[in-house]
Design a protein around this ligand. Structure first.
Ligand SMILES: NC(=O)c1ccc[n+]([C@@H]2O[C@H](COP(=O)([O-])OP(=O)(O)OC[C@H]3O[C@@H](n4cnc5c(N)ncnc54)[C@H](OP(=O)(O)O)[C@@H]3O)[C@@H](O)[C@H]2O)c1
Length: 260
């Protein structure tokens, strides 16, 4: 029996659950990680039934100090190895300037950046030794386009893009591929809060993608050895435009402050 697994963080909903479905459909055995044990269990049972794969679950808060180390130990204790690593868990966070609870800010940074660095620290060296690995760090278009007012979420995703590019450059030629995935707006539970749901209602439907498109493109891109992948044709077109001087000028005229 193969011990190799695809480990997916944030697998209890949205993009992470879709990664689980598509990787299970390829016949891969899985380790699903998130805080909600019941949601993970329901998904694990469905995937085992539908695709005849083996699915482990680990309920864990990745914003806790020692979460990643304890996850690595759990995987080792179960005698499993990880050949696909999808660092997907994430959320919107506190406003760095307005929200005054520093511990909450630190937990957010731990979830969005430190835990991903930790996952790469613990799992990538073993992939290198075995000569095979696929890592997808789920960043965002927000990590590529800086907007005044977003000094939490976007910057954490910019770190994931930089981290992924650095690792990919280091591991070139070793058959351990590292991808920063940059989705635009995607239908998931991410926008369930009152303010984000309001924002979603105010935007046109055509800028929203389904998670299955995002995941299908990501799995193909990491196999091809891409370092950064913007998902969705619309966003592949928009991102370079949003980074031009002309677009900065237009944004300025419209009163949108941008500093890139
Ligand atoms: N949806 C979009 O428009 C969009 C666009 C660009 C990038 N992204 C990125 O895509 C990733 C997945 O988000 P999504 O859109 O699929 O949203 P989602 O449906 O809300 O899923 C987020 C996942 O992260 C898990 N999670 C959140 N906090 C966690 C914590 N402290 N410890 C462990 N797991 C945690 C959640 O599980 P539990 O609640 O069970 O812990 C859930 O499984 C995120 O990194 C997000 O930034 C989303």
């Amino acid at each position: 029996m193969s011990t190799a697994r695809a480990l997916i963080t944030g697998a209890s909903s949205g993009i992470g659950a879709e990664f689980a479905r598509q990787l299970a459909a390829e016949g891969r055995n899985l380790i699903l990680v998130a805080r909600r044990a019941d949601a993970l269990q329901v998904l694990a049972e469905a995937l085992e039934t539908d695709f005849a794969v083996q699915v482990d679950t680990v309920s864990l808060d990745l914003s806790a100090d020692d979460a990643v180390e304890s996850l690595f130990k759990t995987v080792q204790d179960r005698g499993l190895t990880v050949d696909y690593l999808i660092n997907n868990a994430g959320s919107s966070g506190p406003d760095l300037l307005r929200d005054r609870d520093w511990q909450e800010q630190q937990r957010y940074i731990e979830l969005m950046m430190t835990s991903v660095a930790g996952m790469c620290h613990f799992f990538v060296p073993e992939m290198r030794e075995r000569g095979f690995g696929r890592v997808i760090n789920v960043a965002s278009v927000a990590g590529l386009v800086t907007v005044a007012g977003d000094h939490s979420y976007g910057p954490t995703k910019a770190y994931l893009v930089a981290l992924s590019k650095g690792l990919a450059a280091t591991l070139r030629g070793e058959n351990v591929n590292i991808l920063a995935l940059c989705p635009g707006f995607t239908h998931t539970d991410f926008h369930n809060s009152e303010s984000l749901a309001k924002m979603k209602r105010a935007t046109p439907a055509f800028i929203w993608y389904d998670a299955d498109v995002v995941v299908r493109e990501a799995l193909a891109a990491v196999d091809k050895g891409k370092q950064v992948w913007v998902s969705g044709r619309l966003y592949r077109l928009l991102v370079p435009i949003l980074r031009t001087r002309l677009s900065r000028f237009v944004a300025g005229r419209l009163g949108v402050k941008r500093n890139y």
